[in-house]
Design a protein around this ligand. Structure first.
Ligand code: SAH
Ligand code: SF4
Ligand code: F3S
Length: 472
């Protein structure tokens, strides 16, 4: 009988991708993914350590899962509980002590060894395996091929880890040193994803634009560099037939090089939306954060990007209440937000993380001040987001339909600018790019009416859409 694997994913898109790859790694052992935790033989929590709240969630979830294990055991069935991801990496052995229900703990760089770990556990080779190495060879050299089951909008990890050591951040410790996958591996994975139905691929990396992967040798009288940057990689991927949209995330302002900016100018498949976290608008705070750029560097960069691609919209991450942040510093952040104008942005209260330099700074900001600043920032960003969305009313946008909406008959897709778009359309249109006339805008979404099915000259679905919705 096939065994059932349930994976719950927390944190960033890299974790989402890793969960897919863990399932790939376990498929040869007969594990198939399930959405129903009660029927699982193996439960994995793929965890996030970025802020305190994110880490705490893991222990409460383990508490909820414990009865499931005991009930199964009473029925003579063994349920394994594995903790993966960044909390696993950060806490290692400690997790086994704190949560005895846990059978194995493994980090983001060792999940290719899952089959071996599971075989050992099932053979009764002790409970409590821990594997939080940073192996010298990459997991990508050991994982089976992508199962190509990600649907129309797929993720592809091209870069891992981080060498930037921003003073607030755990990622360099949980994900390890920066590493770029070779170009040919990425191209074949992208081709498989497209063959499996992907129209859009988002390249992932903790520092994705620091990508510097080994490329194939180029037969040319002038020796071409064997190391490819992200711009060159994107241009090559754009040549794949059937791939319509490219995105990448997350970028660091310091790694936005001229070639990447030029790719935004030249490559229509590269979508006009960029997540470019700045964290703060105050040079004092940026320096204490070890970001190594000023607020004006960021303003200039945004100017260059918009010169290259005038319809580019931006998103960012912000931290409020970083140690030592004064009202003046926070006012600088609001000024930067006003100057740039975001299509959306994420903002967080600073959360001291064990082992990071900023957690030792004495001048921590009181919780009430953090709350006040977060509210003010989110109000400003929310207003910008609504204005950006309202600017699309009356426009005809290409929308990649991804999933059913909340109400029957509704589907949800994404505009080129990452906006959620709700339309009435038949479910079989999921996985297609269609044209939509935008009729309404809200804070977090757009609503519109389907015009026609685009990009698929061979499709008979378009005429069906006219019949079903009456839209023309
Ligand atoms: N690699 C990305 C982001 C990684 S984490 C980058 O360089 O921007 C995602 C976001 O979480 C960060 O951009 C930051 O805004 C936030 N974050 C990271 N550590 C945090 C902390 N200790 N407290 C609050 N927010 C944090
Ligand atoms: Fe964390 Fe900074 Fe690296 Fe981003 S660049 S992952 S914020 S250390
Ligand atoms: Fe969280 Fe790890 Fe991603 S800490 S944000 S899951 S890299």
């Amino acid at each position: 009988m096939p065994k059932k694997l349930y994976i719950k994913t927390y944190g960033c898109q890299m974790n989402v991708y890793d969960s897919v790859r863990m399932a790939d790694a376990l498929a040869p052992l007969g594990y198939a993914r399930t959405e129903a935790v009660e029927e699982a033989d193996f439960v994995i929590l793929n965890t996030c350590h970025i802020r305190e709240k994110a880490s705490e969630k893991v222990y409460s979830e383990i508490g909820r899962l414990r009865p499931l294990k005991t009930t199964a055991a009473a029925e003579g069935r063994q349920v394994l509980l594995g903790i993966a991801g960044c909390v696993a990496q950060a806490e290692g052995e400690e997790m086994l002590r704190r949560a005895p229900a846990v059978d194995l703990v493994f980090g983001p760089q060792t999940y290719h060894r899952l089959p071996e770990m599971v075989t050992r556990l099932l053979a009764g080779d002790g409970r409590g395996l821990v594997d939080t190495d940073f192996p010298l060879d990459s997991k990508f050299d050991h994982l089976p091929e992508e199962s190509a089951g990600q649907g129309a909008a797929a993720f592809l990890s091209v870069q891992e880890g981080c060498d930037k050591f921003c003073s607030f951040c755990v990622v360099p410790y949980t994900r390890g040193a920066e590493f770029s996958r070779p170009v040919t591996d990425i191209i074949s994975e992208a081709e498989r994803l497209v063959a499996g139905g992907a129209l859009e691929i988002t390249l992932l990396g903790q520092n994705v634009n620091a990508y510097h992967g080994e490329g194939p040798s180029v037969a040319s009288p002038i020796p071409a560099s064997k190391t490819w940057g992200l711009g060159r990689l994107l241009r090559r991927l754009a040549e794949i037939d059937g791939l319509e949209r490219l995105r990448y995330t997350t970028s660091h302002p310091r790694d936005m090089d001229a070639e990447l900016i030029a790719t935004h100018r030249d490559e229509p498949k590269l979508m006009p939306y960029l997540h470019l976290p700045v964290q703060s608008g105050s040079d004092r705070i940026l320096s204490a954060m070890n970001r190594k750029h000023s607020a004006d560097d960021y303003r200039r960069l945004v100017g260059d990007l918009r010169n290259a691609r005038p319809d580019l919209s931006l998103s960012s991450d912000f931290i409020v209440g970083f140690p030592g942040e004064r009202d003046l510093d926070f006012a600088d952040t609001l000024r930067l937000v006003t100057d740039v104008g975001y299509a959306q942005a994420y903002s967080f209260k600073y959360s001291p993380r064990p082992g990071t330099p900023a957690s030792d700074i004495e001048a921590q900001v009181p919780e009430s001040v953090k709350t006040e600043r977060l509210t003010a920032l989110q109000q400003l960003i929310g207003a910008q987001q609504l204005a950006f969305n309202q600017g699309k009313i009356g426009a005809r946008l290409d929308v990649l339909l991804e999933k059913p909406g909340k109400r029957p008959g509704q589907l949800i897709g994404r505009s080129p600018w990452m906006q959620s778009v709700v339309v009435e359309a038949p479910e079989r249109l999921i996985g297609h790019i269609i044209e939509v006339d935008i009729e309404a805008a809200h804070g977090n979404s757009l609503a519109g009416r389907v015009v026609t099915l685009d990009y698929r000259p061979d499709s008979t679905v378009a005429s069906t859409v006219f019949e079903q919705t009456g839209a023309a």
